[in-house]
Design a protein around this ligand. Structure first.
Ligand SMILES: Cc1ncc(COP(=O)(O)O)c(C=O)c1O
Length: 378
């Protein structure tokens, strides 16, 4: 650190330079991210609450109330009955907390998840010193239920299912998993991506599956505000069916305004809480449904364009994530990168992957498919 601080202008110049190197969603080149440009207004709200710290809730009763309202709104969206929860920093934190809770409640140590579960489950196992038990996929790239049944043991603490897998947006057979786990094993649903999508698919005429608290065996669900929630980073909502479950991770917090802390983080960025409240309050179901509708229409358009240039898709998308089968995904991705397209890859199966977020418009798709045809020989 320099002895004397730089001038405002100098520091801003450096920041402008750094910002200029970053990709912006509005440029329409980022096709692999599960985040998007936060909705209008949420950034202002975020800034307004930049000081508040829900790690010390007694000082921020207003922000704490917003968090409670979020829990209540999300509870109703996910067929819960004023369940318990917390606004957290993202899917990773919520997945780790879910495993932590399940371990403490059950006193058991094994985590069952499938090959295409988000890598945060590996982090959870490492941090919590729990044993990962991986299961395979069925032909739709969903968790293989038969294998889950085989792999549940007396030491299983938690089964983790995805409702919107990172790779292809697949929804695991949560109805069947719920039957298997009910009153036996903690079932956590990672709907980090799908939580703000799946509730609206049925209304829009797309196939959908139950994935939330309407299934008795579901113990907790996470959904992310900074993904399809249209809000700012950081925000996820972890919701639990039983209040006691969250208490299982409580530690005394003597120097703060609350007696106990039941979160993984100490100081908690609460700007994301306010911004998510703003997004949910102003969009309502109608607003989210419209966003999901646009994303789904564009996803189906991408699929038809991919097929028009004689490439295939591993599965017909169930939500706004589309796999694209090409001969040599690594090479094609590199060449697309050379044309300034930021596309990601799936491992199961080995293919390109486009997340059709709100910033991925029809014009973006047209321009992308043009370059994809060029580099793939499609
Ligand atoms: C299904 C799923 N779960 C969890 C995560 C982790 O979320 P975060 O990056 O917000 O920690 C992701 C991220 O893409 C995800 O797709």
């Amino acid at each position: 650190m320099e002895e004397k601080g730089a001038s405002f202008e100098r520091a801003m110049e450096e920041l402008e330079e750094a910002h200029g190197k970053d990709f912006l969603f509005e440029d329409g080149r980022v096709l692999g991210s599960m985040c998007t440009k936060p909705m209008d207004g949420s950034v202002d709200v975020h800034s307004k609450f930049i000081e508040s710290n829900l790690g010390n809730p007694g000082l921020y009763p207003g922000t704490r109330q917003l968090e409670e309202k979020i829990i209540s709104i999300v509870s109703s969206l996910l067929h819960g009955n004023d369940f318990y929860g917390q606004v957290q920093a993202g899917g990773t934190e919520s997945n780790i907390v879910a495993a932590w809770v399940a371990r403490n409640v059950s006193g058991k140590n094994e985590v069952v998840f499938c090959e295409n579960a988000h890598f945060s489950m590996l982090k959870a196992c490492d941090v919590l010193r729990m044993k990962p038990v991986e299961v395979g996929l069925n032909e739709n790239f969903e968790m293989d239920v038969g294998e889950v049944e085989d792999k549940i043991t007396d030491d299983t603490a938690i089964v983790v299912a995805s409702a919107g897998s990172t790779e292809l947006g697949a929804i695991d057979p949560i109805e069947e998993l719920s039957e298997i786990c009910r009153e036996k094993v903690f079932l956590h649903v990672d709907a980090s991506f799908g939580g703000f999508v799946i509730p609206f698919l049925g209304d829009l005429g797309y196939p959908s599956k139950p994935f939330d608290f309407q299934l008795d065996g579901v113990s907790s669900v996470v959904l992310d505000g900074h993904k399809m929630g249209m809000s700012t980073i950081p925000s996820s909502v972890l919701l639990l069916r039983k209040e006691d479950d969250l208490r299982s991770i409580a530690v005394e917090s003597p120097y703060l305004t609350s007696l106990h802390s039941t979160s993984l983080l100490g100081t908690r960025s609460s700007a994301g809480v306010a911004a998510l409240y703003f997004a949910m309050r102003t969009l309502g179901r109608e607003g989210y449904r419209e966003i999901v509708k646009t994303c789904m229409v564009n996803t189906m358009y991408l699929v038809s364009e991919v097929k028009r240039i004689n490439l295939g898709v591993p599965i017909e998308p169930v939500m706004n994530i589309c796999g694209i089968l090409v001969d040599d995904p690594v090479r094609v991705r590199e060449e697309l990168d050379g044309k300034n397209w930021k596309v990601s890859m799936s491992r199961h199966p080995d293919c390109l992957r486009v997340v059709v977020m709100p910033h991925v418009t029809r014009q973006v798709i047209d321009s992308f498919v043009h370059d994809l045809e060029d580099v793939s020989g499609g």
